[in-house]
Design a protein around this ligand. Sequence first.
Ligand SMILES: Cc1ncc(COP(=O)(O)O)c(C=O)c1O
Ligand SMILES: N[C@@H](CCOP(=O)(O)O)C(=O)O
Length: 513
Amino acid sequence: MVTTSQVYRSTRSSDKATKTFEEAVIQGLASDGGLFIPPTIPQVSHETLFNKWSKLSFQELAFEIMRLYVDPQEIPDADLKELINRSYSTFRSDEVTPLVKNITGDKENLHILELFHGPTYAFKDVALQFVGNLFEYFLQRTNKDLPEGQKKQITVVGATSGDTGSAAIYGLRGKKDVSVFILYPTGRISPIQEEQMTTVPDKNVQTLSVKGTFDNCQDIVKAIFGDKEFNSKHNVGAVNSINWARILAQITYYFYSYFKATNGTEGRVKFVVPSGNFGDILAGFFAKKMGLPVEKLVIATNENDILDRFLKSGTYERSDKVAVTLSPAMDILISSNFERLLWFLARDYLASNDDLKAGKIVNDWFQQLKTEGKFQVDSVAIKGALSDFASERVSDSETSATIKKMYQESVNPKKYVLDPHTAVGVCAAERLIAADKDSSINYISLSTAHPAKFADAVNKALSSFEGYSFEKDVLPAELKKLSTLQKKLKFVERPDVELVKAAIEEELAKMDL
Ligand SMILES: Cc1ncc(COP(=O)(O)O)c(C=O)c1O
Ligand SMILES: N[C@@H](CCOP(=O)(O)O)C(=O)O
């Protein structure tokens, strides 16, 4: 029988109706502009956690977690296992997301969770390898008995500040009946990120370089989802973390790394997560609410600090201008996924546990954000948020200093090179370590990208060290060869939804899928 954690509803809906997992994944964004959430978070007992789950491989753990959120009638056990195993067979590490323990020796308990061992060297692969296979699975099933010409095709439209784009492209390249359009802000992603996206020759892939910011691209994607005519003509699909399947697939590594850090027993753990769109840390929130005894989830932001300001003031307020930082994938004004957390805060603290009332509250907040550029959340809900979260804001100079410090002081392994996003997290973790002064706490800092993707920031911090060589010590051969390949991209001269729609239709016609 389907459980209440296996059905989905929109964060903005006051309607009783729910969706299946497949509907939530294929639709991506709800028609009222909200995001899909499972209103009930499944609970895992202490006994299951520490006597069973702590002994599982990454893939086995992923299965146990996903099973709780996906009705077996929708995806039977054998199929789900096959999807998971296939998705993680492309990773360079058998552990999928290995934990580098005690990077600075055993006095700090600082552990780095390396999430970048997938095909595009970023944490997004953990979810997008799975999401790509999931789209294919659902489409094959839908299309099985349909004649050619009537088969359903999905047009994936995504926005990227650098990493989602290539991970989505690598997750979906060559897949039948799916085309992929990725919008990125011209000149605001690193050269390697651009090469990763634009050198994929598959005919179902097209990048759109948009003159504007990441938020412009994200707004255009949301507007396209809200365009009923375009959407029903092209079946628009989402690969951004607005798609619930992205969050689902990321929950696994919170459990997996917790067990690695504590050797499978219950221990004191704080996770520190470099945050932008709030997708990664939201997966940690689900893990915590499922029963993983995490002490705190620490949001680490760069100078684009809407999340840090919110936790400190209770006001969710869009800044006027995005700051260009050394951690560009987090140069985001509005954290789209934060809406999911707001729904749980509204439901648990302001709506007496009523799902429908929570939808109304969230809807009102987002209408206010649209008209007034901000909204205020009651202090009871903020107090609730602070029982799970803390936040730290990290400047560019601190990011650079942290890359240097880790290179000089890491002992296990020595000369460890951080990417600038990971450095934002590590800087925040070191602040906590200094403030807590408590050697019983484990700090797991999420490493969200390989340093080779951000040559400028890494070289700026490390080029003065004798013997340091980016080419020799940092850059994998696989990424080195990208610069020799032919690029395929289309410029969009203004961040304008009509221009983007026209570009998509023009390219779709050429793809002839
Ligand atoms: C390298 C890197 N680190 C951190 C983040 C922030 O993650 P999230 O947007 O899930 O908060 C991103 C972008 O999403 C990223 O690409
Ligand atoms: N930092 C991201 C921005 C998009 O975030 P998403 O997690 O919602 O896809 C990127 O690298 O593209």
